[in-house]
Design a protein around this ligand. Sequence first.
Ligand code: HEC
Length: 278
Amino acid sequence: MVRIAELSGEPGSLALGSSRGVGRLIAALLAGVGLFLILGMSDVRAAGPSVALDSFPKQKLTDRAALQNGAKLYMNYCLGCHGISQVRYSRLADLGLTQDQIKSNLILTDAKPGDLIKTTMPLKESASWFGKAPPDLSLTARSRSSGAGSGADWIYTYLRGYYLDPSRPTGWNNIVYPAVGMPHVLWDLQGERTAEFKKVASHGEEKLVFDRYVQKSPGRMTSAEYDNAVADLTAFLSWAAEPVAQTRKQVGVWVLLFLGIFFVFAWRLNAAYWRDIR
Ligand code: HEC
């Protein structure tokens, strides 16, 4: 026969009302938070590119004018080859646009607002034109994140990393993505540049590393304007990869605040319950 005392366990071992119980609970919580931080900091992500990435200006992520401009650039310069087929046109309302604005300014094909943002590029043919079919960019801002930087940093540096290279079929090469199949589609904005490489000795071998760009012909934008436009475009692609990211962060702060306040009440209430029992 099991005695009641065995079922209820050793007094104080589970009862959170006792000071030992609360101490253990807090210790367990702290251990959990510590483990979380250690796991979060350890770099389990894939290796990145061999060049250093520039930091994408993150304030663009909450700047509606920038996001709208990014969407416009995307529809004009990228959708011909790349879809973002996890997003519907109507969802662009999140960027502060009305359905009419979406219809008249951003839908450049015969798509309807409820349609997914798909490219009209035929997959098979494009693979033979470019060596590789243009991938869907819905998740690129996430998939390109690495130890070297976020996916947004990668895209931001990549779109500013083109240089003339006559040895490539498209005439273009890229410092972030060497031998890339995509031509420099924004070249009329940025102008034409070449890249200079320098020899560096590493581990007894000579290696060529990127040194600097040389502007060969001007684009329609200054260098600062071009960086800004690419930042807008990158912000738009980051939004597309996680449309609810901003909401998620805002809700998260409130949830943590709520849990913090709730913890104090639960703790005091628990102590009050146990006061008369002990
Ligand atoms: C003429 C067709 C074409 C256009 C227009 C085009 N791309 Fe590409 N893009 C490609 C191809 C092809 C690849 C695959 C290249 C490879 O992997 O070698 C690619 C690859 C990419 C990648 C790398 C994806 C990855 O993770 O490997 C990004 C990012 C990208 N494009 C962004 C853009 C953006 C932004 C625009 C608009 C400014 C754009 N592209 C316009 C053809 C195009």
